[in-house]
Design a protein around this ligand. Sequence first.
Ligand code: FMN
Length: 443
Amino acid sequence: MPKQIHLAAHFPGVNNTTVWSDPAAGSHIEFSSFVKLAQTAERAKFDFFFLAEGLRLREQGGEIYDLDVVGRPDTFTVLAALAAVTTHLGLTGTINSTFNEPYEVARQFASLDHLSGGRAGWNVVTSWDAFTGENFRRGGFLAESDRYGRATQFLATAKELFDSWPADTIVADRESGRFLRDGHAGTFRHTDAHFDIGGRFTVPRSPQGRPVILQAGDSDAGREFAAATADAIFSRHGTLVEGQKFYADVKGRLARYGRRQQDLLVLPAATFVLGDTDADAAERAAEVRRQQVSGPTAIKLLEQLWNRDLSGYDPDGPLPAIDPDVSDGHIARGRASVRMHRDPIATAREWRDRAEAGHLSIRELIIEVTGRQTFIGAAATVAARIDELVQQDASDGFILVPHVTPGGLDEFADTVVPLLQERGVFRTEYAGPTLRDQLGLTR
Ligand SMILES: Cc1cc2nc3c(=O)[nH]c(=O)nc-3n(C[C@H](O)[C@H](O)[C@H](O)COP(=O)(O)O)c2cc1C
């Protein structure tokens, strides 16, 4: 029996993935866009719908990036509304453990799990930067080194709250017309270095008991947090070699916590461009990359390595001859990992050499070095590649990020999914009512 593939639909996030110039490009705010992507994912029997989160719009030099999505509606409101227009699709939201409080978040997820009949998922992220903190009047209140300490206690506290109502508590008995309750249901007290709270949790035990837990950090501490507590990990390692390395690393950490290989799913982010033939897809992919990296975006991305104002440079001209600024402080604001390049001077030298050798402008170079789509090809090529990566333990599936909102998943649903089903590696019917059922999680 081959491994079964898990697939999720990522509503396009804050960054420059979205191709605005496509005639089919639509709103990232209107409810109809969320409904369209979620219903396509459900029609294709995807495991879950996924919302990323940015709690402050990214800025550089006091400006928002020209291709960024500049609206971020509230996660719980969107997911609760989607629960009403879907029946089996998991509803997963990214919620930060630095700027929120466990009681509030546990209440929201328990409520979502009730409203959706057991389909809630929580991607726990630890972004801590002071720039984002200003939105919460807590600028810089948490040191980077404390982010997983707080996340661990945050999640442990939330789990105490989810479990504070015994599974067999009868809330209402219709026959006798009486309201029965366990006098202790919901009571809790939690004290640690980050939280000192007690009281009574207001939401009775939800269908899944607690939401499915995802984790998206990549550091050693982040991977350890996932191995100890998460049901799935969202990663950036979607290629064969990098994926296998990451997969072996995180799965190798599970035994320490008495957990089995199947208790933590590895789900890398993936983008895709389809075509009638592989050559057609490659041509479309190159065009999509150009749309994703405008001239101004190329300069902004270049500034992130150089850590300097390069607004005077021509994106169609050569790379700067000066070296990056490696002093403290960073030009990009509102990103989790501000220092993205370990050795900026060496990387700048490498980029310059590459640009000179290939006669590339700033924009052309940035298009090359800031990534390409994960899957490019005709539907059969893409289906075979996804299957290969999963069977060879580079992942347990993928969180797919379409580049057009809201119709960017249609072609994948219509052409790739049936081929995966024919291969016997993707469901043709949902396994049960809950997200835990779709993910094959037993706990
Ligand atoms: C694939 C991926 C997706 C992420 N998505 C988000 C997000 O939507 N919102 C957010 O605040 N942080 C996001 N993060 C940031 C991480 O969750 C984490 O807070 C950050 O990377 C710091 O932890 P680390 O040092 O362990 O990587 C993402 C990280 C990864 C790897």
